[in-house]
Design a protein around this ligand. Structure first.
Ligand code: ADP
Length: 204
C-alpha cells in the first residue's frame, strides 16, 4: 500500500483566493509542488521529514509512526547522532520505510504563544531540511506539519512558514529538486494548505 511519486498529483495552481498573492507565478516551481493527504510513512520517495524531538530517540505523533514503520534500526542510527538542536536537521536511512531517507528536524515548542524565535526556528526546520535533502541528492521530499501537533504551534500560522520557506528555497535551487510534497494528515490542515497554496504558488 505504498504510494509512488507518480501517484502523487502535482498541485494545480488555481485563481487567487481572498488575499492577493505574495509571489509571482513561476511555472518552473508549479511542476514541483504537491499536496498529499495521508500517512507520510507510505510515501515511496527519496526522503520524508520527521517532526522529531531534541533527543532524536522517538516520540509520539508522526515521529512514533515513522519509527514504527522504519523498525528498530532507525532508532539505532538516530542514537548515534547525539540529538539535534531546534531548527536543525539530520539525515538517516529509511530502513523499513519505502522512503530512502528520513530527515529529522526539531520544531519549536510554541504552546505559550508564538514568539519571533519560534517563527524563525520553524522556518529553519523547513529550510534546513531542504538543504539536507539537496546535499544528499534527494530529489523528492515530503514534509509533515511540523510543530503543529504536540508542540502546539498554531497551524494557521505554521502553514505560512512552510509555504514561504519552500517557495524561497525553490526559487534559488529548483534545479536540485523534482518534488516537494506537503503531507497533511488532518482535514483542517488540508483546508489550510488549499487556502494558502495560491498565495505562494499562484496561477497568474
Ligand atoms: P510536533 O511534536 O512537531 O507537534 P506531531 O507529530 O505531534 O509533531 O504533529 C505534527 C503533525 O503530524 C500533526 O499535523 C499530526 O496530525 C501529523 N501526523 C501525525 N501522524 C502522521 C502521519 N503518520 N503522517 C503524516 N502526518 C502525521
Amino acid at each position: 500500500d505504498f504510494v509512488s511519486l507518480d501517484n502523487i498529483p502535482l498541485w494545480t495552481p488555481t485563481g487567487g483566493g481572498s488575499e492577493p498573492s505574495r509571489y509571482q507565478r513561476n511555472e518552473k516551481l508549479d511542476q514541483k509542488i504537491s499536496l498529499f493527504t495521508g500517512d507520510i510513512t507510505k510515501l515511496e520517495i527519496d526522503a520524508i521529514v520527521n517532526a522529531a524531538n531534541n533527543t532524536l530517540l522517538g516520540g509520539g505523533g508522526v515521529d512514533g509512526a515513522i519509527h514504527r514503520a522504519a523498525g528498530p534500526k532507525l532508532k539505532m542510527e538516530c542514537a548515534s547522532l547525539c540529538g539535534c538542536e531546534t531548527g536543525e536537521a539530520k539525515i538517516t536511512c529509511g530502513y523499513g520505510l519505502p522512503a530512502k531517507y528520513v530527515i529529522h528536524t526539531v520544531g519549536p515548542i510554541a504552546q505559550g504563544g508564538v514568539k519571533e524565535e519560534h517563527r524563525k526556528a520553524l522556518r529553519s526546520c523547513y529550510t534546513n531540511s531542504l538543504k539536507t535533502a539537496t546535499e544528499n541528492a534527494a530529489r523528492s521530499l515530503a514534509f509533515p506539519c511540523i510543530s503543529t501537533g504536540i508542540y502546539g504551534y498554531p497551524p494557521e500560522q505554521a502553514v505560512h512558514e512552510a509555504l514561504a520557506a519552500v517557495r524561497e528555497y525553490l526559487e534559488a535551487h529548483h534545479d536540485k529538486l523534482d518534488r516537494v510534497i506537503f503531507c497533511v494528515f488532518l482535514p483542517k490542515d488540508k483546508e489550510l494548505y488549499l487556502q494558502n497554496l495560491p498565495l505562494y504558488f499562484p496561477a497568474a
